[in-house]
Design a protein around this ligand. Structure first.
Ligand SMILES: NC(=O)c1ccc[n+]([C@@H]2O[C@H](COP(=O)([O-])OP(=O)(O)OC[C@H]3O[C@@H](n4cnc5c(N)ncnc54)[C@H](O)[C@@H]3O)[C@@H](O)[C@H]2O)c1
Length: 272
């Protein structure tokens, strides 16, 4: 049931690749909650065509932009604000990719050109987006920015490789801009640290089913599904969270605060 939480708000949603994407669920719910928005993704992802279905279903426009390309981002904010009729009230950064993880290069054997790409695509892109938006005055006062992160920023998950460093940088960039945009315009910036989720980016990680199953068993509420992550993002875009900023918020069913569970301990206990 929709509540009109984003009625009259304008936004930009990045990262909807297919109907498994977290951003896809955010877009569907933002539409149901009354927002008007622009969808954006890398031109190469747009060629797959799936995003057009989402645009049609949500009455939105698609503007291609490689989030590592400043000229593309300038164009994105200029065209989005023109199309929507003003600066945006919310912005979702839902972008991540590591060539090292994709091609199976471990943390002990990184390709440094790919490492730079991981950091650029998955973290610096948030800085680039906010710098472009700020220079173009494309963010409305009192607005809200959310970027998606993962707990590997704080704790080691060996197969997450260089993406862990990217997420640590992403969270730091969130705080850096959160301070500045908060002071200047009352805009909040938060990162949401989401449970493992079955998406294209998620399942690209070696042993993802292991990650997923372990987190499922460790979390008292179980892993948070993508649709629930979308609900939390909508809450953060809404006027009900206006004094939350510069936070990394765990949306993980309690995983980050759980030490161990009886079912996991049982795997190591000798029978008496
Ligand atoms: N799936 C998980 O387990 C999980 C858990 C925590 C956080 N996250 C994060 O959620 C976010 C969204 O990922 P997802 O799981 O929905 O997967 P996804 O594969 O559906 O989304 C990743 C998106 O990044 C886009 N992208 C890649 N390079 C880009 C570029 N240069 N410019 C613009 N866009 C680019 C892709 O086209 C894709 O739409 C990512 O930041 C991811 O790290 C995912």
């Amino acid at each position: 049931m929709a509540h009109g939480l984003l009625k009259g708000k304008r936004g930009i949603i990045s990262g909807a690749l297919n109907d498994m994407s977290i951003a896809w669920k955010v877009a569907e719910l933002a539409h149901a909650e009354g927002a008007s928005f622009v969808l954006t993704n890398a031109p190469v992802a747009m060629r797959m065509g799936e995003i057009n279905k989402l645009a049609e279903a949500t009455g939105s426009t698609v503007i291609g932009a490689d989030a590592t390309n400043d000229a593309d981002l300038e164009k994105l904010f200029a065209e989005a604000t023109a199309k929507l009729g003003g600066p945006v009230d919310f912005l979702l950064h839902s972008i991540g990719m590591s060539p090292n993880v994709r091609k199976g290069r471990t943390y002990e054997d990184l390709n440094y050109e790919w490492y730079k790409q991981t950091l650029d695509v998955s973290a610096m892109s948030l800085h680039r987006m906010l710098q472009a938006a700020n220079k173009a005055d494309a963010l409305a006062p009192g607005g809200s920015v959310v970027a998606l992160s993962y707990i590997a920023a704080q704790r080691v998950f060996p197969d997450y490789g260089d993406m862990a460093d990217a997420k640590a940088l992403l969270e730091s960039i969130g705080r850096g801009w959160g301070y500045r945009l908060g002071k200047a315009k009352g805009i909040r910036v938060n990162t949401v640290s989401q449970s493992p989720t079955m998406t294209t980016a998620g399942s690209g990680i070696k042993g993802f089913d292991g990650f997923f199953g372990f987190a499922q068993e460790m979390s008292p509420l179980g892993n948070a599904p993508a649709t629930e992550c979308a609900r939390f993002c909508i809450a953060l875009f809404s006027d009900y969270t206006r004094f939350i900023t510069m936070q990394n918020l765990f949306h993980d069913g309690g995983f980050s605060s759980t030490g161990v569970t009886p079912s996991i301990m049982a795997k190591f206990m000798t029978a008496e």
